[in-house]
Ligand binder design. Sequence first.
Ligand code: FIX
Ligand code: ZN
Length: 420
Amino acid sequence: MTAQVTEFRRTALAAQVERLLQATPAADIHTHLYDPALGGLLLWGIDELLIYHYMVAEGFRYLDIPYDEFWGMPKLDQADLLWQHLFLEHSPISEACRGVLTTLHRLGLDVKPRDLGAIRQWFAERHVESHVTRCMELAHVDTIYMTNSPFDDVERPVWLRGVDRDERFQAALRIDPLLVDWPNAALRLVEWGYDVGEGFSDHTLSEVRRFLADWTRRLAARYLMVSLPPDFVCPAATDCAQLVERAVLPHCREFGLPFALMLGVRRSVNPQLRLAGDGVGRSDLSALSHLCAAFPENKFLVTVLARENQHELCVLARKFRNLHIFGCWWFTNVPYLIDEITRLRLELLGTSFTAQHSDARVLDQLIYKWDHTRRLLASVLTDKYMDLSATGWEPSAAEIQRDVRALLGGAFDEFCRRRT
Ligand code: FIX
Ligand code: ZN
């Protein structure tokens, strides 16, 4: 092919990939959003966007007030302050700031006048039900997986009262307190009528499983989930490893559900930043390797926070078909790393992974997280199809569409359905 023909081919292919990506709905397999039926738990609107914990962490790069003074302010004042520092006094170049602007732009707001008052007014005229639909349409997301914790004192009573579910929202049973703070979790379980005691007797483990079974049924959970620190080891005599191997995995096998592990978060590196104060560390993935090998009948959905773990994770997924990789999590959810990580995964795993999840905590964030992801995916996939094209293997539209579906949720569905 001459250079000109190659360029022409690339432009046509890029347009085709982009069109198919835009036309394919995504399943967002991990968010912190809630079915609107859960009431005030679902966050949305400009002020929530501005005080998102990513923004707080970035805001304190510039703010010189004491942490407590910030936390003592009403939400609206916090949002004003962050707008002032992150958007007006400095250019909103970071991915989180750019995300707010993409979101507003795609919602049809004019960001040019930098008029926060007008933006607030626009949001004040929205209604949550129609706004959910609008955001999902703009993000082209058809299914949202929630993070549902029975240990959350606001969320638990809502489930206990009963919820008239919106079928676009799926549940995931989140169990961090059980695995990272067993002594306190055990007290809660006793309070809720589960007869657990000290040590992991067969009776205690079966009571933990009864707790998991009750909540799996109550939520109609699609998978169980935990995020763990970099020092998670398994096998080990630790509470966490014991509970994983002897209660959580048997429960997942019984219910045919995957167990999602998000590895590498160092909680509260700076407690003064509250939710924004968590950091990252490199995990020892031999724990995951052990779990995949020792429990071939369990399925593991995994994402890792450290850039340094991404390659090893891909290699593990080549070894174990009960391991499914998903998303570019949190500090890796920046264009530079999404591009790198997605290329790495495609080159080592083909399309047998889930390219992205949003981790959105505020409904409107769906828009920017999926907009930015789709743009990056378009450029990465175009390069890959160009490489195929150079061999004479021209991908058809149907083949591209099949691949895009796989990356945006199809491979996840397939993994959940498949027998181990
Ligand atoms: O553990 C998690 O699910 C993390 O995603 C959150 O804890 C984190 O705060 C977050 O929102 C990252 O995007
Ligand atoms: Zn999350």
